[in-house]
Ligand binder design. Sequence first.
Ligand code: CP
Ligand code: NVA
Length: 326
Amino acid sequence: MKTPISFLKEIDFSKEELMELIDLSLRFKELKKKRIPHKYLEGLNIALIFEKTSTRTRSAFTVAGQDLGMNVTYLGADEIQLGRKESVADTAKVLGSMFDGIEYRGFKQEDAETLARYSGVPVWNGLTDTWHPTQMIADFMTLKEIFGSLDGLHIAYVGDGRNNVAHSLLVTAAILGVNITIIAPALLQPEEDIVTLAKEHDNGAVIEITDRIEAVKGADMLYTDVWLSMGETVDFKERIDLLLPYQINAELLAKTGKADTVVMHCLPAFHDCKTEIGLNIYEKYGLAELEITDDIFQKHSSLIFQEAENRLHSIKAIMYYSLKEL
Ligand code: CP
Ligand code: NVA
């Protein structure tokens, strides 16, 4: 029996394989836009496990699965035995005997790997504390759409440099040979083992990790993410104090020295107080905007929402890539 093709983390894939996924995503986008049916995986069944909340990833897996002709079952955190009454390995064996593929969003990367090991079917990582690989296919697909090619690009991530999105961006850029600068305060820079992985898989990218915001100079794209990720329990005030100098605002954007630098965000974003948490932060700390100011968010929103839409096309490509042989 062939080993199932899971999508657990970027370092399991070569540059060529990641580029193939990006190009496949672009092709699926075209099919969708032209309303050309593509039920290539008719009759298969997939399960979506979400131990953390989600809008984009859940919607993308659901619609992508349905577009490919599959039956999609959502298994929410409080609805299955996983973790409380049943181990990850036992759950994997059960789900693997019924489903053809499993999406997993949770906490420990190890749990995603265990699911893959014991289920015998492809497992797609919909985000763990360590990596957010499906996000990366959408992000680099979006970059390819707007710049035409990834060659020679310089991207800079500004903010919490040790979260899943920062890790994934660093390692994926390295694999793809895209120059990347991670700009974060010393306490929030990627751990040494993540930087080592990026260097080991580097295909000619210039990699820089720094606390200097001036390092955005020359960047073609600035990327940021929330300052507190799902599941983190640290003091929010401490985080805000550390990260406020790293907010993407007009002044920081001007430091790129380029008029055409674009801004991306995986979403959700705290750019105003129109959320329960946003309002709470405003009332407690007097801050109406966190990682990105509302003016910059609005100015770059068409690209940011293009990036969000691309989650659908890229997740479709990832599932198709895994299941096409069935
Ligand atoms: N970017 C992203 O993963 O969004 P969701 O948390 O809404 O899935
Ligand atoms: N770093 C964020 C990403 C959300 C898509 C989190 O884990 O909450």
